[in-house]
Design a protein. Sequence first.
Length: 388
Amino acid sequence: MRYLTAGESHGKQLTTIIEGLPARMPLTIDDINQSLLRRQKGHGRGKRMQIEKDLAEVTSGVRHGYTLGSPVTLVIHNDDFKHWKDIMGEASLEEDKKIRRTVSRPRPGHADLNGALKYGHRDMRNVLERSSARETAARVAAGAVAKTLLKQLGIEISGYVKEIAGIVAEDSPSLTMKERQDMSESSPVRTLDKQVEQPMMDAIDKAKKDGDSIGGVVEVCVEGMPAGVGSYVHYDRKLDSRIAGSVVSINAFKGVEFGLGFEAARRNGSQVHDEIAWSEEKGYYRKTNRLGGFEGGMTTGMPIVVKGVMKPIPTLYKPLQSVDIDSKEAFNASIERSDSCAVPAASVVMEHVVAFEIAKAVLEQFPFDQFPNLAEAINDYREEIRCF
Ligand code: EPS
């Protein structure tokens, strides 16, 4: 299974095409729209989210509530496009820079300058329109379909905020999947720790007041994966490495940790590895989950626990020094609107990006054209490894 997205931030629409889904899988538009609306929320979002109401339209691959096995196309219209019709239209436009809203001043930390150098764009709007995190809406749409597939196979996933601007949420290993999903949903900053909710919101409000932005850490937890998905035999079949790559591909994400993560470097091996046990009911399991659900590029059957770190959004009200590419003069970069903190929304994005990688790995290991056959094969495999 694979997907492509297309669309500019202020263009007409975002498009997602998913190819390789099995046929006969139940899929409703509500499954997708719920995810899209979740991504729009969160304390710290800017004015753009008041303009958009992200709702997907399915234009291919689904009929009467089931997938057909053909590519699934999802379209999300940009409501803001009505303000940008001429600027973003495909028709040629006068050379008037004001009308075109030409951008010649690269923002530090953004793709603007590197993208301009690479593609030769003198107008950096041609770069920023596609490099914008608006594209994450299209990725969430793809992930929502993956999540629907996984859920029907007994695999559930949840994303939530662990840290904002150095304020750290307590670990909550005893919470059930449902509790994680419900608690993050009811929190304005999508954290599971009520104690840090207000301090996190205060930090966001302060950043906004100061014209600055703040980043954080998000965590995704996946339960219900059988052991042995992924592979140790080759670098590009290791599922943890694929997840790591996809997480760092999310706009503004800079790093990934599984389980203990970097803390493993500071501990002895006996305090890092998870002891193996067996019971008639569960089969093999680990007494702890310090490695976050992976050994040798494969799932262990324990929950997958993966963190991603997001840098503060580089579009700042507070000016940073940069250089105009036309005049070559130094100037102070400043902007019209931005999100002061998109970490809560990013937890939804990461949840969906991880879901897609996991669903893709499941389909690689159980390559069935029909969803009922896939569901049966996974259940058979679960029983096989329980009795191993
Ligand atoms: C973004 C800048 C802002 C954000 C946008 C990402 O958009 P605008 O330039 O229109 O104000 O709101 O995020 C989204 C539109 C979204 O859907 O998440 C950027 O520069 O990356």
